[in-house]
Design a protein around this ligand. Structure first.
Ligand SMILES: Cc1cc2nc3c(=O)[nH]c(=O)nc-3n(C[C@H](O)[C@H](O)[C@H](O)COP(=O)(O)O)c2cc1C
Length: 295
């Protein structure tokens, strides 16, 4: 996650038994190199790097993961054919993020080692087709026999069990980890998410790239422009550069872009990653036991 997943969060997640990811989308190449090296010092467990392909500096970030011999890359927001083969030739496992079953089929054909299927509940950039996780997973499962990771709206052990029941092999949690001690999001951003209710996020910027965010002052300005049929260029110009940094990293709650998922309504605390993962395991077991008893 941009502005959230630095080496502290990624290494803590990997140390606690998950696959931690560095969010390279908000890093320049040399900063990514520094985070990869710090992450290696902080964990001896595998971790990965996410590279959103829509950013213009993506090719340089790819170069850094090749030079630093990262083991796992998650590519998102772009064509899975662009880098998959090149990364795999260097021995890197590649997962690609998809928002539809049709795109899952493309990532499968492009040779991705595993596919992350992200529903429209998810925080941050979203697919235009707006398919929910509940509908996406079973349909995507029909398109690939590769490992499938569900994302979007998952923030509890019971939700992890639910997506596995639908055919996923694992789960990717974003918003839940944005609200941990190790997340580099600003405390004001974390507090705003804690205060958010179930209806306090929405998809905006559909004409540019749909983004799920909190309904703050910036969101209402965007919506007003959208209601007046503002063009993609006008919206891009209005947003300018650095809105997500202002919102997530610097805590500008009015003018910043506050990316978070619909599940924000359930988030009420800021645990350490270790506490969170223990809680997820307990919840998963309890849900499993409860469902088993109902057979
Ligand atoms: C603040 C924030 C930043 C994100 N940045 C990225 C990103 O840079 N690249 C990416 O592939 N996904 C990004 N995501 C999406 C997450 O990786 C994940 O798929 C999503 O949060 C899952 O849905 P959830 O928020 O309901 O858990 C971001 C999500 C959030 C909340």
């Amino acid at each position: 996650m941009v502005w959230v997943s630095g080496w502290r969060l990624a290494s803590a997640a990997s140390n606690a038994g998950c696959l931690g990811l560095l969010g390279a989308g908000s890093m320049r190449p040399e900063l990514l190199r520094e985070h990869i090296r710090k992450c290696r010092q902080a964990t001896d467990q595998p971790f990965g790097v996410n590279i959103p392909l829509l950013y213009k500096h993506a090719p340089e970030l790819i170069q850094v993961v090749l030079e630093e011999q990262v083991q796992i890359v998650v590519s998102s927001a772009g064509n899975p054919r662009l880098y998959t083969a090149r990364l795999q030739e260097a021995g890197i496992k590649v997962l690609h993020v998809c928002g539809t079953a049709a795109f899952t089929a493309k990532a499968h054909t492009a040779g991705a080692d595993a596919i992350i299927c992200e529903g429209m509940e998810a925080g941050g950039h979203n697919s235009r087709e707006e398919i929910t996780t509940l509908c996406l997973i079973p349909q995507a499962r029909q398109e690939t026999d590769k490992p499938l990771v569900a994302a979007g709206g998952i923030a509890s052990g019971a939700a992890i069990l639910a997506v596995m029941a639908l055919g996923a092999d694992g789960a990717q949690l974003g918003s839940r980890f944005a609200l941990t001690q190790e997340s580099s999001a600003h405390p004001a951003f974390k507090q705003a998410v804690i205060e958010a209710g179930e209806a306090d996020t929405d998809l905006a910027l559909r004409a540019v790239t749909p983004v799920r965010m909190l309904r703050n002052a910036l969101y209402h300005q965007i919506k007003a422009m959208e209601q007046q049929d503002a063009s993609a260029e006008a919206l891009r110009e209005f947003m300018g550069q650095g809105r997500s940094r202002r919102g997530i990293f610097e805590g500008d709650l009015a003018e910043g872009e506050l990316e978070i998922g619909q599940i924000a309504g359930t988030l009420t605390d800021i645990p350490t990653v270790k506490e969170l993962i223990q809680r997820l395991q307990t919840e998963y077991s309890a849900a499993h036991t409860r469902l088993h008893a109902s057979l």
